[in-house]
Write a protein that binds this ligand. Structure first.
Ligand SMILES: *Cc1c(COP(=O)(O)O)cnc(C)c1O
Length: 484
């Protein structure tokens, strides 16, 4: 059943808003701004309200239920973050204002830089990048410039483990560098021998995700870093999984040279649906001069004795700005509020509970769904969505059937090294009841897979849209409404 579109609700002459009577002279708008041929819908206010409320109810969100989309850290976003982000003193400012008129905003950015340094053990942080993938690009460009600046021009290769997120090879290619893939060993760690065999004077660095995308802590992280450093390479940390580490382990302390954070994962702030994210990048001492500009500093020359003056600063060897103005300030405000509300102990507790929740959920389903690497997991884990007793059922069928039970499916078919992967990340914000509920649904679906596989093949049955033809959607995308 197709839903009526707002255009189809249109009824000639109906109005939503009655503007007040004009009390200034009429002036014409520039000609090409007014297009009479635009088929704008004529609707009343309540038509619009009902239309959009209805659309919002078709959507699934963390505010509606558990959202264990592995790697994405879909944790609950406390509403106080939204209150902070809507303070008029923040929403009403413009990035072109003079620093002296936006000291409060610069203060928040300065503090956030410092908190991220403290959490990660890095010497400098930029808040500019728009998301994790953008942070990776920044990190790789910094590593590249570091080598070039030293006259080390032979280096053109980034090593990327086969369990890495697809953004790692993509950022490498965008930086004009070559990707060499490093296999994982039978415990799911980077294979040290394979790594050793690729180390040479062409290596810019290695991109390392820890815990990796299997949700497993890299057991030889120190050796891996030592090996890469020994050939003159740097180590990039993909910090998307900091939710397992914050308050427990600092990547800078074990020798990671540069790393991005995903404020929209680890530090709450809403994401998904393409909303803005924020991917700050932290660097060790030897890379601080390469950070993108601007970063926020205390400007000693302008400061009074007891009042620091915050200013924007361009590091001497900066790779340059990577984002218009200062980055996504609204997301920074939310992350800052999240950190202030939790405090250091709260953040550590969040990480501990994220790991506890993942291990608990794993323990409730691992006798049913095959576990390729049987180890204690960190904040997420990967099982196979393929059961011996139901050979025709695939991870996708299980994911679609979960929708019928009113919960969000896990990530599927990633990481690529596990066939039929279901990657589950419950996050710390779920209660034992909601974890038990998810486990019991997964167990029920495994039973259905054996008894009535057709039920899974044709799922979802009660969602607003049934199973999509993904091939058609990719080949023949219809991305906008066309007026007939
Ligand atoms: C999410 C994620 C990224 C990319 O981050 P975005 O903010 O989505 O661009 C990179 N690596 C891993 C492991 C991730 O989970």
């Amino acid at each position: 059943m197709a839903e009526p579109l707002i255009y189809e609700l249109s009824s000639q002459g109906r109005e939503g808003v009655k503007p007040p009577k004009l009390d200034v002279p009429v002036s014409e708008l520039p000609g090409d701004l007014v297009r009479d041929e635009l088929p704008l819908p004529e609707v009343s206010e309540i038509d619009v309200v009902r239309h959009f409320l209805h659309l919002s109810q078709l959507n699934y969100a963390i505010d509606k239920g558990m959202y264990p989309l592995g790697s994405c850290t879909m944790k609950y976003n406390p509403k106080v973050n939204e209150v902070a982000a809507r303070i008029p003193g923040f929403t009403g400012i413009h990035p072109l204002q003079d620093a002296e008129t936006v000291q409060g905003a610069l203060f928040v950015m300065y503090e956030l830089q410092n908190y991220l340094k403290e959490i990660s053990g890095f010497a400098g942080v930029t808040l500019q990048p728009a998301a994790g993938a953008h942070g990776e690009l920044v990190g790789v460009l910094i590593m590249r410039k570091y080598h070039l600046d030293r006259g080390d021009t032979k280096r053109d290769t980034i090593l990327v483990p086969d369990s890495a997120h697809g953004t790692n090879p993509a950022s490498t290619s965008m930086s004009g560098l070559r990707v060499v893939q490093i296999p994982s060993d039978e415990r799911g760690n980077v294979d040290l021998d394979a790594l050793q065999s690729q180390l040479c004077d062409r290596v810019v660095g290695l991109m390392l995700t820890n815990p990796n995308t299997l949700g497993l802590f890299e057991e030889q992280v120190v050796e891996v870093i030592e090996q890469v450093h020994s050939c003159g390479g740097l180590v990039y940390g993909d910090g998307a999984n900091m939710n397992a580490l914050m308050g427990i382990m600092r990547p800078g302390d074990v020798g990671i040279d540069v790393m991005h954070f995903n404020l929209h994962k680890t530090f709450s702030t809403p994401h998904g649906g393409g909303g803005p994210g924020s991917g700050p990048v932290g660097v060790a001492e030897h890379l601080v001069d390469y950070l993108p500009s601007p970063i926020v500093i205390i400007d000693e020359a302008e400061s009074l004795e007891d009042i620091p003056f915050f200013n924007l600063y361009e590091p001497p060897k900066s790779i340059g700005p990577v984002k218009a103005f200062w980055g996504h300030f609204g997301i920074m405000l939310r992350a800052y509020t999240y950190m202030r509300m939790l405090g250091a102990e709260g953040m550590q507790a969040a990480a501990e509970h994220a790991v506890l929740n993942a291990n608990y959920l794993l323990s409730q389903i691992k006798d049913v769904y095959p576990l390729p690497y049987d180890r204690i997991c960190k904040h997420e884990f990967v099982v196979k969505g393929h059961l011996d007793e139901a050979p025709d059922i695939h991870a996708l069928d299980i994911a679609k059937r979960l929708i019928d039970y009113g919960v969000h499916p896990p990530t599927n078919y990633f990481p690529l090294i596990v066939p039929e992967a279901l990657m589950i990340e419950p996050t710390e914000t779920e209660s034992k009841q909601s974890l038990d509920n998810y486990a019991s649904i997964l167990r029920k679906i495994a039973e259905e897979a054996k008894q009535n596989p057709e039920l899974l093949h044709t799922a979802p049955h009660n969602a607003p849209v049934r199973r999509l033809d993904e091939v058609q959607a990719a080949r023949n995308p219809i991305l906008r409404y066309k007026h007939e």
